[in-house]
Write a protein that binds this ligand. Sequence first.
Ligand SMILES: CC(C)(COP(=O)(O)OP(=O)(O)OC[C@H]1O[C@@H](n2cnc3c(N)ncnc32)[C@H](O)[C@@H]1OP(=O)(O)O)[C@@H](O)C(=O)NCCC(=O)NCCS
Length: 168
Amino acid sequence: MSPLVIKSKTTQDTEFVRTLLTAQFVTTSIVRKGEIHDVINDNGYIAYYNGQQSGLLTYLLHKDTVEVTSLISLIPAQGIGTALIEEVKKVAINEDKKNIWLITTNDNISGIEFYKKRGFYVKNVYKNAVEQSRKIKPEIPLTGLENLPITDEIELELAIEHPYYKVQ
Ligand SMILES: CC(C)(COP(=O)(O)OP(=O)(O)OC[C@H]1O[C@@H](n2cnc3c(N)ncnc32)[C@H](O)[C@@H]1OP(=O)(O)O)[C@@H](O)C(=O)NCCC(=O)NCCS
């Protein structure tokens, strides 16, 4: 049996979700495109690896699109991130959405590579947008991964190519 199981997020996961979100984003809120959003109650999925909570993906449904509001894997290179992306693809197909999108920041080079290898493309680069975001959320650090200055928002998008295909 595969050690990896994906389950829908429930209210029983709230403390795990809070721990992951605050480790990733300092608070449970994200700022993107000039708006703050608290992720804690978003719908999503929890990855269990050998029975342990090991990953999280949350999303928001918009009119035509699905926004990934968080994706965090605690155990690298065991397929957790990929399996969570596969789940949100099913959501987008079943909800008849045109695409899945998310905002990350310029320092997250490995995250951007991860998404690109899974069919996402860079849709927009919002240069210096994080300067504005810090006015809304001062907790955003000045530097991020690989000690790079966090300056730009990068919008990644995955087009859903088969809108009439329904996942059972
Ligand atoms: C980006 C992130 C979600 C990837 O999660 P992950 O669980 O390591 O993802 P996967 O295991 O599915 O894939 C990672 C690599 O491991 C490989 N891999 C997957 N299963 C594997 C296995 N059983 N054995 C060996 N390698 C494996 C994948 O092929 C992939 O390599 P590739 O990208 O070169 O194809 C994770 O690094 C993370 O949480 N980063 C911090 C937060 C972040 O950046 N989030 C996204 C932006 S908001």
